[in-house]
Design a protein around this ligand. Structure first.
Ligand SMILES: Cc1ncc(C[n+]2csc(CCOP(=O)(O)OP(=O)(O)O)c2C)c(N)n1
Ligand SMILES: [Mg+2]
Length: 318
């Protein structure tokens, strides 16, 4: 008699990954609530639904250069686990990671840099990658970009050079099928896989949201980038659960509901039960408390960038 096939449930995230996932989820929810209550100004783009992408990558990129984009809170939090510094930055309060001058989109810390300018990070990543190859052997440059950003010409100039010069660059695409209000199928011909192939660049697509499985698939790709200087593109086929920024979701409600039904948070709530709910409630409450503390602080004061002053006097030296 044939023995019944046992379907192994997917491995759950490690405790520190769960904590990162939930910190990012509740950080982003908190920001949207605070905007609605008039407690925040400026802008913000939350990564609700996409939290598992940077959480999966974080330990694989330790010590590397990471270039982030406008939807970067999760990228920062997964790497630095510093909700206090980021919230203070977004609120312009004491303790801000960039003295409150960077806000939501422009953060620099150690080898991490984010920008709100779409497509800017890829040429930068190639330059940094070349530096890694020459003087920081073993390090790579990883850049997060959205699917809509593949409409920028700079992306292709960068891919061309990365392939030609064998720059250790990892391009992480968070393909959420939408760019602001434009569905990707209305603006992208062909596919990102084919575009990477045109440059002879390795490509991997990740469709699931299980952190341990994703890490297992990513590890050999990142190892090749690091050791063989083969640039790679990894496409996470993911979902944006929230608005583009705040209150500007133009998608049909039924479409958004369909995405929420596939959310990792819902799946883990069902699978992990009470301990997950308890951790979830604790992290949410801790962040609410943090927001009250940060709100009560004085405004952030510019303390200098901590970097050598590289400004040049005019006339520029040759
Ligand atoms: C050079 C440039 N053009 C336009 C914008 C305005 N803008 C900000 S986000 C965005 C859409 C980006 O879509 P995508 O790359 O898919 O990332 P997602 O927002 O879906 O994460 C646009 C057009 C910008 N920030 N920079
Ligand atoms: Mg997008």
């Amino acid at each position: 008699m044939k023995s019944p096939t046992v379907v192994k449930p997917p491995a759950g995230p490690e405790p520190e990954d769960l904590e990162s996932l939930l910190t990012i989820r509740h950080f982003e929810n908190l920001l949207l609530r605070m905007f609605a209550e008039g407690r925040l100004n400026g802008t913000t783009h939350t990564c609700l639904g996409q939290e598992y992408v940077p959480v999966s990558l974080a330990p694989l990129l330790s010590g590397d250069h990471v270039l982030s984009n406008h939807r970067g809170h999760g990228h920062y939090l997964a790497l630095f686990r510093d909700p206090a510094g980021l919230l203070a930055e977004i609120m312009g309060r004491a303790g801000a990671v960039c003295s409150g001058v960077g806000g939501s989109q422009h953060i620099r810390r150690e080898n991490y840099l984010s920008t709100g300018v779409q497509g800017q990070s890829l040429p930068l990543a190639v330059g940094i990658g070349m530096r890694c190859k020459r003087v920081e052997s073993g390090r790579i440059a990883a850049a997060f970009v959205g699917d809509g950003t593949w409409g920028e010409g700079a992306v292709y100039e960068a891919l061309n050079m990365a392939a030609l010069w064998r720059a250790p660059v990892l391009v992480v695409v968070e393909h959420n099928a939408v760019a602001q209000s434009t569905p990707t199928h209305l603006q992208m011909a062909g596919s990102i896989a084919d575009r990477a192939a045109a440059f002879g660049i390795d490509f991997l697509e990740i469709t699931g949201h299980q952190v341990p499985e994703i890490r297992e698939r990513l590890a050999p790709v990142i190892r090749r980038v690091r050791e063989e200087h083969r640039p790679a593109v990894v496409q996470f086929t993911t979902r944006r659960l929230g608005p583009h920024s705040k209150g500007d979701d133009t998608r049909a409600q039924a479409e958004v509901d369909r995405l929420w039904a596939q959310d990792w948070h819902r799946e883990l709530t069902d699978r992990l039960g009470e301990p997950f709910r308890e951790l979830d409630a604790r992290i949410r409450a801790d962040l609410e408390q943090l927001a009250r503390e940060v709100e009560a602080r004085p405004p952030a004061a510019w303390t200098g960038s901590g970097l050598p002053d590289t400004r040049m006097e005019y006339p520029w030296p040759n």
